[in-house]
Design a protein around this ligand. Structure first.
Ligand SMILES: *[C@@H]1O[C@H](CO)[C@@H](O)[C@H](O)[C@H]1NC(C)=O
Ligand SMILES: *[C@@H]1O[C@H](CO)[C@@H](O)[C@H](O)[C@H]1NC(C)=O
Ligand SMILES: *[C@@H]1O[C@H](CO)[C@@H](O)[C@H](O)[C@H]1NC(C)=O
Ligand SMILES: *[C@@H]1O[C@H](CO)[C@@H](O)[C@H](O)[C@H]1NC(C)=O
Ligand SMILES: *[C@@H]1O[C@H](CO)[C@@H](O)[C@H](O)[C@H]1NC(C)=O
Length: 522
């Protein structure tokens, strides 16, 4: 026998050995994404920070799971979702700037093989329920063309919770609800938390349990508009701030919806083999009921209130000693879910997969091992216009270490966080219900007497470990750290693709498309 032949036999033995089913079954993966759910809006944070939000069911899952307490997301919808689905920073997908608007010829580029596609190729049945917000101008960009076997949800960023109606400006209005077969108007009138929970239930019921399942539930809850059936907001009637009162009910409805989904999984006999991941997409919007206290800032900003996310993982596979919460303080980022979920699912990346910015954190979650990540590029957005702060825009560009510090950017390296350019709203907003006064203003205009700007400088440095609330700006004390982080920004900036932010098109008008938001380019 020659060497080749021996190698072939050895190879065959190894191959049949691994294929013969000694491996543990692949877990079902249920990823639940809340929309605009603030740091101080989940029960286990709220109780320590004067917030009256209650999430008994989410708390019970987190308390018997792994709570991620050094977990970061992106500050707005499309960006966070793009990183979850692609494992890449926005500088590598052209999505650096803001969100995908309904009438833009814009989407997460097709050369990325998305997470559901990866899981599908590795034997999973894949389903999505809820908000997409990653582009739909052409059908190729819709969830049902990007790896999900089935879909039920809406394609834009927000809409009425009951009617599915949304307007883009005053002129462009239509319904936004689609299945993998196209738009549908069957769900008119049902509150979306209930509706999405029952859709998820149908998916679970009809799932063939010989295969592993990936289910991505992207709730509308708890994004604006402020809407919820009154029975949910009634317990919060004591909160005088109307937005916060309704928001309390919206949070409660989402908590119940997650409970119902887990009950469907139990009824189908799938729960014991399910890994459930819960995450927010970004920080709370304090103008629409959300709260991130004691963190600074809010949704849309790179302050901790915009990017430090609520997140936890639950499942028997984690072997959490019962009853015993595990708090994980390792640095984890939303882009990490892509490789982490593939690892938990024992899946290889498909050939031709884009290069990832996310790290595999499966051992970090499973064994509390050190995170392989010591940096997060929060973003570099040369087009950033602070929404309400036009007056203060830095007009002089100051290049330091080769980086233009008038540009909106943020980076975390170890415990340090550097921000450059305009940062937008930079206040600490207490929960409205913690105020004795019934009058509550969350202001967002510079010329409002209640508004304050702090440390308004083009370069700001914070030590997040010792100063998680970003109260002490230390760039003058640590110039060498500033330079180190600027140098890292330069390295990232060198790999950036151009920002894509195309104009809005008349052709997208739902009035031309049967009354629905749907693809308009063939
Ligand atoms: C949860 O299920 C219960 C029982 O079927 C139902 O009454 C309730 O409306 C459901 N809630 C949500 C948010 O889905
Ligand atoms: C479930 O899937 C398995 C494996 O793919 C297949 O053999 C079986 O026929 C399926 N069962 C049903 C009821 O479709
Ligand atoms: C212009 O640059 C100087 C020097 O770096 C800085 O101190 C100042 O705040 C900047 N002014 C504006 C309006 O951006
Ligand atoms: C990033 O790199 C581009 C291309 O080299 C350059 O034009 C731009 O000024 C850089 N951005 C910053 C913030 O320095
Ligand atoms: C959807 O249903 C509602 C309620 O029946 C109706 O008012 C609306 O016109 C329908 N929309 C479309 C696009 O069919």
């Amino acid at each position: 026998m020659d060497l080749k032949c021996i190698l072939l036999i050895v190879g065959l033995v190894v191959f049949t050995g691994t294929a013969s089913g000694n491996k543990p079954a692949k877990p079902n993966i249920v990823f639940i994404l809340a929309d605009d759910f603030g740091f101080n809006d989940i029960g286990y944070h709220a109780v320590n920070h004067n917030s009256k939000m209650k999430t008994p069911f989410l708390d019970s899952l987190a308390m018997a799971g792994v709570r991620l307490e050094n977990y970061y997301v992106q500050p707005i919808c499309s960006p966070s979702r793009s990183q979850l689905m692609s494992g890449r920073y926005q500088i590598h997908t052209g999505l650096q700037h803001y969100i995908i608007e309904p009438r833009q010829r814009h989407g997460l580029p097709l050369d990325n093989i998305l997470l559901p596609e990866q899981l599908k190729r590795c034997g999973y049945n894949t389903h999505m329920v809820g908000k997409w917000h990653l582009g739909f101008f052409k059908e190729e960009y819709t969830p049902w063309k990007r790896g999900f076997d089935t879909y039920f949800g809406y394609l834009t960023g927000g809409e009425d919770y009951y009617t599915r109606y949304r307007c883009d400006g005053a002129k462009f209005c239509g319904y936004d609800m689609s299945t993998e077969g196209g738009p549908t108007n069957k769900t008119y009138g049902e509150y979306s938390a209930h509706f999405f929970a029952s859709k998820a239930g149908e998916v679970i019921k009809s799932h063939n349990t010989s295969n592993p399942m990936f289910l991505y539930v992207a709730f509308q809850s708890v994004h604006s508009p402020m809407q919820v059936p009154e029975s949910y907001s009634k317990p919060f009637a004591f909160i005088k701030d109307k937005n916060r009162q309704i928001y309390g009910g919206m949070v409660a409805a989402m908590d119940e919806a997650v409970k119902n989904i887990t009950e469907h999984l139990q009824a189908a006999g799938m729960w014991d083999n399910t890994l459930l991941i819960f995450s927010t997409d970004n920080g709370g919007q304090t103008l629409s009921g959300g709260n991130n206290w004691p963190l600074r800032g809010r949704k849309l900003t790179l302050w901790e209130g915009g990017v430090k996310g609520v997140g936890f993982v639950h499942g028997k596979i984690l072997n959490v000693p019962n009853p015993n919460v595990i708090t994980n303080n390792e640095l984890i980022h939303v882009s990490d879910w892509f490789p982490t979920i593939l690892s938990a699912a024992q899946c290889q990346k498909a050939p031709g997969t884009q290069s990832l910015d996310g790290y595999d954190q499966w051992n970090t979650i499973l064994k509390n091992a050190r995170s392989s990540r010591s940096e997060i590029l929060h973003n570099i957005d040369p087009l950033f216009v602070p929404m309400y702060y036009k007056k203060t825009k830095f007009t002089n560009s100051t290049v330091r270490m080769g980086f233009d510090t008038s540009v909106h950017a943020g980076i975390r390296v170890r415990d340090w966080k550097l921000l450059t350019g305009e940062q937008g709203m930079d206040s600490w907003v207490e929960p409205p219900e913690s105020h004795v006064s019934t009058e509550y203003h969350d202001v967002d205009q510079l010329d409002h007497p209640g508004y304050q700007m702090f440390n308004h400088k083009p370069v700001q440095l914070f030590n997040i470990k010792y100063d998680p609330e970003e109260r002490v700006e230390v760039s003058d004390l640590y110039p060498e750290i500033v330079d180190e982080l600027l140098a890292r920004l330069v390295v990232y900036n060198k790999t950036a693709v151009p920002v894509v932010f195309p104009p809005e098109e008349e052709e997208a008008d739902p009035a031309r498309l049967g009354g629905f938001w749907q693809p308009w380019v063939k």
